[in-house]
Write a protein that binds this ligand. Sequence first.
Ligand SMILES: [Zn+2]
Length: 265
Amino acid sequence: MTEALALRFLGVGNARASELGSAAAVLEADGEPLLLIDCGPRTLDDYRTCYGDAIPKAVFITHLHLDHIGGIEALFYRAYFADQGLVRLHVPAALVPALHAKLAGSSFVLSEGNASFWDAFQLLPVGEFMWLRGLLLSVFPVRHSGYHQAFGLCLPGAFAYTGDTRPIPEVLGHFARSGEPVFHDCGVEGSPAHAGVEDIAREYSEEQKSRLVLYHYESEAAGRELERRGFRVAKAGERFLLKPPLPVSRQPAADPETASLTRVV
Ligand SMILES: [Zn+2]
Protein backbone atom coordinates (compact mmCIF):
# COMPACT_ATOMS: atom_id res chain seq x y z
CA MET A 1 0.00 0.00 0.00
CA THR A 2 1.37 3.41 -0.94
CA GLU A 3 -1.48 5.61 0.21
CA ALA A 4 -0.86 8.38 2.73
CA LEU A 5 -2.03 7.23 6.15
CA ALA A 6 -3.53 9.34 8.92
CA LEU A 7 -5.27 8.75 12.23
CA ARG A 8 -8.25 10.93 13.04
CA PHE A 9 -9.76 11.08 16.53
CA LEU A 10 -13.55 11.14 16.58
CA GLY A 11 -13.59 11.46 20.36
CA VAL A 12 -11.05 11.68 23.17
CA GLY A 13 -13.09 11.56 26.38
CA ASN A 14 -13.20 9.00 29.12
CA ALA A 15 -16.50 7.36 30.11
CA ARG A 16 -17.60 10.43 32.06
CA ALA A 17 -16.51 13.06 29.55
CA SER A 18 -19.21 12.60 26.90
CA GLU A 19 -18.73 16.21 25.80
CA LEU A 20 -15.34 15.16 24.43
CA GLY A 21 -16.87 12.34 22.39
CA SER A 22 -16.55 8.58 22.79
CA ALA A 23 -12.87 7.65 22.60
CA ALA A 24 -12.46 6.34 19.06
CA ALA A 25 -10.23 6.93 16.06
CA VAL A 26 -10.20 6.21 12.35
CA LEU A 27 -7.23 5.02 10.35
CA GLU A 28 -7.45 6.78 6.99
CA ALA A 29 -5.75 6.04 3.69
CA ASP A 30 -5.65 9.01 1.31
CA GLY A 31 -8.39 10.63 3.39
CA GLU A 32 -10.74 7.66 3.12
CA PRO A 33 -11.70 5.74 6.28
CA LEU A 34 -10.01 2.35 6.40
CA LEU A 35 -10.61 1.18 9.98
CA LEU A 36 -12.68 2.51 12.84
CA ILE A 37 -11.09 1.75 16.20
CA ASP A 38 -13.88 1.34 18.80
CA CYS A 39 -17.49 2.38 18.46
CA GLY A 40 -18.89 4.10 21.53
CA PRO A 41 -22.29 5.73 22.01
CA ARG A 42 -21.38 8.91 20.08
CA THR A 43 -19.01 7.41 17.56
CA LEU A 44 -21.35 6.76 14.63
CA ASP A 45 -22.78 10.29 14.70
CA ASP A 46 -19.27 11.74 14.74
CA TYR A 47 -18.27 9.31 12.00
CA ARG A 48 -21.14 10.49 9.79
CA THR A 49 -20.32 14.14 10.46
CA CYS A 50 -16.76 13.46 9.42
CA TYR A 51 -17.20 11.17 6.44
CA GLY A 52 -20.82 11.66 5.37
CA ASP A 53 -21.48 7.96 5.77
CA ALA A 54 -22.90 6.30 8.84
CA ILE A 55 -21.55 2.84 8.14
CA PRO A 56 -17.84 2.12 8.51
CA LYS A 57 -16.63 -0.81 6.41
CA ALA A 58 -14.26 -2.16 9.07
CA VAL A 59 -14.15 -1.83 12.85
CA PHE A 60 -11.64 -3.01 15.46
CA ILE A 61 -12.81 -3.45 19.04
CA THR A 62 -10.22 -2.87 21.77
CA HIS A 63 -12.40 -4.10 24.64
CA LEU A 64 -15.99 -4.49 25.72
CA HIS A 65 -16.72 -1.54 27.98
CA LEU A 66 -19.82 0.29 26.83
CA ASP A 67 -18.08 3.57 26.15
CA HIS A 68 -16.17 1.62 23.46
CA ILE A 69 -18.88 -0.67 22.06
CA GLY A 70 -22.07 1.21 22.93
CA GLY A 71 -22.52 2.19 19.27
CA ILE A 72 -22.25 -1.33 17.84
CA GLU A 73 -25.94 -2.05 18.35
CA ALA A 74 -26.85 1.06 16.33
CA LEU A 75 -24.33 -0.04 13.72
CA PHE A 76 -26.13 -3.37 13.46
CA TYR A 77 -29.41 -1.66 12.59
CA ARG A 78 -27.84 0.77 10.13
CA ALA A 79 -25.84 -1.94 8.38
CA TYR A 80 -28.62 -4.52 8.37
CA PHE A 81 -31.23 -2.23 6.85
CA ALA A 82 -28.85 -0.47 4.48
CA ASP A 83 -28.01 -3.88 3.02
CA GLN A 84 -24.73 -2.62 1.54
CA GLY A 85 -22.66 -5.60 2.57
CA LEU A 86 -21.27 -6.89 5.82
CA VAL A 87 -19.26 -4.68 8.16
CA ARG A 88 -15.92 -6.32 8.90
CA LEU A 89 -15.70 -6.57 12.69
CA HIS A 90 -12.18 -7.35 13.91
CA VAL A 91 -12.41 -8.62 17.48
CA PRO A 92 -9.61 -10.05 19.63
CA ALA A 93 -10.43 -13.76 19.86
CA ALA A 94 -10.41 -13.72 23.66
CA LEU A 95 -13.29 -11.23 23.60
CA VAL A 96 -15.54 -13.01 21.12
CA PRO A 97 -17.59 -15.13 23.59
CA ALA A 98 -18.36 -12.14 25.81
CA LEU A 99 -19.15 -9.92 22.83
CA HIS A 100 -21.53 -12.56 21.51
CA ALA A 101 -23.22 -12.82 24.89
CA LYS A 102 -23.57 -9.04 25.21
CA LEU A 103 -24.81 -8.15 21.75
CA ALA A 104 -25.73 -11.25 19.80
CA GLY A 105 -27.32 -13.59 22.32
CA SER A 106 -30.90 -12.67 21.51
CA SER A 107 -32.87 -14.67 18.93
CA PHE A 108 -35.00 -11.57 18.40
CA VAL A 109 -32.47 -8.85 17.74
CA LEU A 110 -35.19 -7.58 15.41
CA SER A 111 -38.66 -7.61 16.98
CA GLU A 112 -39.97 -9.29 13.80
CA GLY A 113 -37.33 -12.00 14.11
CA ASN A 114 -35.69 -13.66 11.13
CA ALA A 115 -32.32 -12.00 11.70
CA SER A 116 -29.36 -12.50 13.95
CA PHE A 117 -26.87 -9.88 15.04
CA TRP A 118 -24.18 -11.50 12.90
CA ASP A 119 -26.23 -11.10 9.73
CA ALA A 120 -24.89 -7.54 9.53
CA PHE A 121 -21.25 -8.36 10.27
CA GLN A 122 -18.35 -10.40 9.10
CA LEU A 123 -16.71 -11.42 12.36
CA LEU A 124 -12.91 -11.64 12.11
CA PRO A 125 -11.42 -13.05 15.33
CA VAL A 126 -7.96 -11.59 15.82
CA GLY A 127 -4.96 -13.15 17.54
CA GLU A 128 -1.58 -11.45 17.61
CA PHE A 129 -1.99 -9.77 14.25
CA MET A 130 -4.54 -8.71 11.68
CA TRP A 131 -4.35 -7.94 8.00
CA LEU A 132 -6.05 -4.84 6.69
CA ARG A 133 -5.88 -4.24 2.95
CA GLY A 134 -2.22 -5.23 2.68
CA LEU A 135 -1.20 -3.78 6.04
CA LEU A 136 -0.05 -6.09 8.83
CA LEU A 137 -0.99 -4.78 12.26
CA SER A 138 0.17 -6.24 15.55
CA VAL A 139 -2.44 -6.76 18.26
CA PHE A 140 -1.18 -6.77 21.82
CA PRO A 141 -2.73 -7.20 25.27
CA VAL A 142 -2.82 -4.15 27.52
CA ARG A 143 -3.50 -3.70 31.23
CA HIS A 144 -7.18 -2.86 31.70
CA SER A 145 -9.80 -4.59 33.81
CA GLY A 146 -8.30 -8.06 33.86
CA TYR A 147 -6.03 -10.43 32.00
CA HIS A 148 -6.56 -10.38 28.23
CA GLN A 149 -9.61 -8.14 28.55
CA ALA A 150 -8.31 -5.26 26.41
CA PHE A 151 -6.00 -4.93 23.42
CA GLY A 152 -4.07 -2.35 21.46
CA LEU A 153 -2.95 -2.09 17.87
CA CYS A 154 0.37 -1.25 16.25
CA LEU A 155 1.24 -0.64 12.64
CA PRO A 156 5.02 -0.62 13.01
CA GLY A 157 6.60 2.60 11.85
CA ALA A 158 3.22 4.33 11.49
CA PHE A 159 1.38 4.31 14.84
CA ALA A 160 0.41 2.42 17.98
CA TYR A 161 -2.95 2.81 19.73
CA THR A 162 -3.25 1.46 23.25
CA GLY A 163 -6.97 1.60 23.95
CA ASP A 164 -7.71 1.83 27.67
CA THR A 165 -4.73 0.80 29.75
CA ARG A 166 -2.39 1.32 32.63
CA PRO A 167 1.20 2.03 31.52
CA ILE A 168 2.71 -0.86 29.54
CA PRO A 169 6.32 0.18 28.84
CA GLU A 170 7.51 -3.41 28.33
CA VAL A 171 4.72 -4.17 25.84
CA LEU A 172 5.28 -1.00 23.84
CA GLY A 173 9.03 -1.66 24.07
CA HIS A 174 8.35 -4.83 22.09
CA PHE A 175 5.56 -3.87 19.70
CA ALA A 176 6.11 -0.12 19.24
CA ARG A 177 9.85 0.31 18.95
CA SER A 178 10.13 1.77 15.47
CA GLY A 179 9.75 5.48 16.19
CA GLU A 180 5.99 5.55 15.65
CA PRO A 181 3.69 7.84 17.66
CA VAL A 182 1.87 6.04 20.48
CA PHE A 183 -1.69 7.18 21.11
CA HIS A 184 -2.17 6.39 24.79
CA ASP A 185 -4.94 6.40 27.39
CA CYS A 186 -4.18 9.05 30.02
CA GLY A 187 -6.08 11.30 32.38
CA VAL A 188 -4.83 13.69 35.00
CA GLU A 189 -5.83 11.15 37.63
CA GLY A 190 -4.89 7.49 37.32
CA SER A 191 -6.92 4.51 38.52
CA PRO A 192 -6.47 0.73 38.76
CA ALA A 193 -7.70 0.56 35.13
CA HIS A 194 -6.37 3.76 33.55
CA ALA A 195 -3.08 5.60 33.31
CA GLY A 196 -2.73 8.94 35.04
CA VAL A 197 -0.17 11.52 34.12
CA GLU A 198 2.02 10.71 37.13
CA ASP A 199 2.03 7.03 36.10
CA ILE A 200 3.01 7.95 32.56
CA ALA A 201 5.78 10.26 33.76
CA ARG A 202 7.16 7.59 36.10
CA GLU A 203 6.95 4.43 34.01
CA TYR A 204 7.93 5.36 30.45
CA SER A 205 11.41 6.15 29.21
CA GLU A 206 12.13 9.63 27.91
CA GLU A 207 12.25 8.22 24.39
CA GLN A 208 8.83 6.60 24.79
CA LYS A 209 7.35 9.73 26.36
CA SER A 210 8.56 11.80 23.42
CA ARG A 211 6.32 9.70 21.15
CA LEU A 212 3.17 9.68 23.30
CA VAL A 213 -0.01 11.43 22.27
CA LEU A 214 -2.52 11.31 25.12
CA TYR A 215 -6.28 10.82 24.83
CA HIS A 216 -9.15 9.43 26.99
CA TYR A 217 -9.00 12.24 29.54
CA GLU A 218 -11.54 13.70 31.92
CA SER A 219 -12.38 17.15 30.51
CA GLU A 220 -11.05 19.96 28.36
CA ALA A 221 -9.40 21.37 31.47
CA ALA A 222 -7.73 18.00 32.05
CA GLY A 223 -6.43 18.07 28.49
CA ARG A 224 -4.90 21.49 29.11
CA GLU A 225 -3.32 20.21 32.30
CA LEU A 226 -1.75 17.28 30.44
CA GLU A 227 -0.32 19.78 27.94
CA ARG A 228 0.98 21.93 30.78
CA ARG A 229 2.83 18.86 32.02
CA GLY A 230 4.63 18.74 28.68
CA PHE A 231 2.67 16.04 26.84
CA ARG A 232 1.12 16.12 23.42
CA VAL A 233 -2.66 15.74 23.67
CA ALA A 234 -5.14 14.65 20.99
CA LYS A 235 -8.31 16.72 20.51
CA ALA A 236 -11.65 15.52 19.16
CA GLY A 237 -11.57 15.76 15.38
CA GLU A 238 -7.79 16.10 15.25
CA ARG A 239 -6.04 14.30 12.42
CA PHE A 240 -2.48 13.03 12.69
CA LEU A 241 -0.50 12.37 9.54
CA LEU A 242 1.43 9.11 9.85
CA LYS A 243 4.71 7.96 8.39
CA PRO A 244 4.60 4.98 6.05
CA PRO A 245 4.64 1.66 7.91
CA LEU A 246 7.70 -0.54 7.91
CA PRO A 247 7.71 -3.19 5.20
CA VAL A 248 6.25 -6.41 6.56
CA SER A 249 9.66 -8.12 6.38
CA ARG A 250 11.15 -5.53 8.77
CA GLN A 251 8.37 -5.52 11.36
CA PRO A 252 8.84 -7.02 14.81
CA ALA A 253 7.71 -10.64 14.61
CA ALA A 254 4.08 -11.06 15.62
CA ASP A 255 4.01 -14.85 15.62
CA PRO A 256 6.33 -17.82 14.99
CA GLU A 257 5.51 -18.02 11.28
CA THR A 258 6.21 -14.35 10.81
CA ALA A 259 9.43 -14.77 12.78
CA SER A 260 10.64 -17.48 10.43
CA LEU A 261 9.52 -15.42 7.46
CA THR A 262 11.46 -12.44 8.77
CA ARG A 263 14.58 -14.55 9.26
CA VAL A 264 14.35 -15.93 5.75
CA VAL A 265 13.91 -12.47 4.25
ZN1 LIG B 1 -12.48 0.56 29.38
